[in-house]
Design a protein around this ligand. Structure first.
Ligand SMILES: NC(=O)c1ccc[n+]([C@@H]2O[C@H](COP(=O)([O-])OP(=O)(O)OC[C@H]3O[C@@H](n4cnc5c(N)ncnc54)[C@H](O)[C@@H]3O)[C@@H](O)[C@H]2O)c1
Length: 278
């Protein structure tokens, strides 16, 4: 029997018509929620989700007025707000700070980071009235350590992780929990360009211990966990779902450079040990 953890709950989602956002809306509805889906494009999302449990409104999260209007419209429509899932975000291509367009840098920070601020400042007073609430954002492993060439994106996602922590501290006593998920590589439209270049794609897969990108639903399940009462004692956390990526120190893979014929104790001692025990 499937879980019904969000029966009678209202969930507000940004970036909800594609990739992780759309898959997560689907799971929330399966578990009994009514979902207020927002995005910068509609993309026939109501055909996919059905209109009995979902409504759609355009909302550009880089625009504070759009955010305020959309949260208010959600509360007007459904009478409450239990979960805010801030997921909408953009990449800016690959470049160093020297080459990065200034306006584009500001847009990435404004969308990926400030969006949470614009939404939360309107959503939290409603959750305070209700005496509880859960906020989950989609951060990234790029927010936990730097990624080559992704300066604006990594900076924005790192800010999102720490904004999550501060909001968790500030609102814990009001029954509001604030967490984020940190996906590694998900197979979604955002990463289509990586798959178009075979060399880049192989390098990407090679760097992931599980040796594959995730289906976004594998991350959606982490989002639902954090939003649900199953995570009732968890707040201020960044839950990593990255196939083992961040478990790696960044050093070379010794196993790869030692063929099976050299896989014996003597060779290991010679290569890796400072001393041998008699
Ligand atoms: N795909 C990955 O490998 C990966 C890895 C780590 C984190 N993420 C994060 O996961 C989340 C979902 O991305 P995805 O992979 O499903 O990609 P996606 O491109 O399918 O989804 C991103 C969504 O954000 C929306 N969006 C973009 N700008 C917006 C704006 N200004 N206002 C509102 N919505 C906006 C897009 O329209 C789209 O629906 C994003 O936060 C992304 O940064 C993705």
């Amino acid at each position: 029997m499937s879980l019904r953890r969000f029966e009678n709950q209202v969930v507000f989602v940004t970036g909800g018509t594609s990739g992780l956002g759309a898959d997560t809306c689907e799971l929330f509805i399966q578990e009994g929620a009514r979902v207020f889906v927002t995005d910068i494009a509609e993309r026939d999302i109501l055909q996919r989700l059905g209109s009995s449990s979902a409504v759609f409104q355009l909302c550009d999260v880089s625009n504070p007025e759009d955010c305020e209007k959309a949260i208010n419209a959600c509360v007007e429509r459904f009478g409450r707000l239990d979960v805010l899932f801030h997921n909408g975000a953009r990449l800016a291509g690959v470049s160093t700070v020297v080459d990065h367009d200034v306006t584009l840098f500001q847009q990435v920070i404004n969308t990926n980071l400030c969006g949470l601020f614009y939404l939360a400042r309107v959503a939290i007073p409603q959750m305070q009235k209700q005496g509880k609430g859960a906020i989950v954002s989609t951060a990234s492993t790029s927010g936990l350590a730097g990624d080559y060439g992704l300066c604006s994106y990594s900076a924005a996602k790192a800010g999102l992780v720490n904004l999550t922590r501060v909001m968790a501290l500030d609102h814990a006593r009001e029954g509001i929990r604030v967490n984020c998920v940190c996906p590694g590589y998900m197979v979604t439209p955002m990463t289509a360009a990586f798959r178009e270049n075979e060399v880049v794609h192989q390098a990407l897969l090679e760097s992931i211990p599980l040796h594959r990108g995730s289906d976004p639903k594998e991350v959606s399940r982490a989002v639902l966990f954090l939003a649900s009462s199953d995570a009732s004692y968890i707040t201020g956390q960044a839950l990593i779902a990255d196939g083992g990526w961040s478990a790696h120190s960044g050093g070379p893979n010794f196993l790869k450079y030692m063929g099976p014929q050299r896989w014996d104790k003597v060779e290991m001692d010679r290569l890796l040990c400072y001393y041998t025990v008699e």
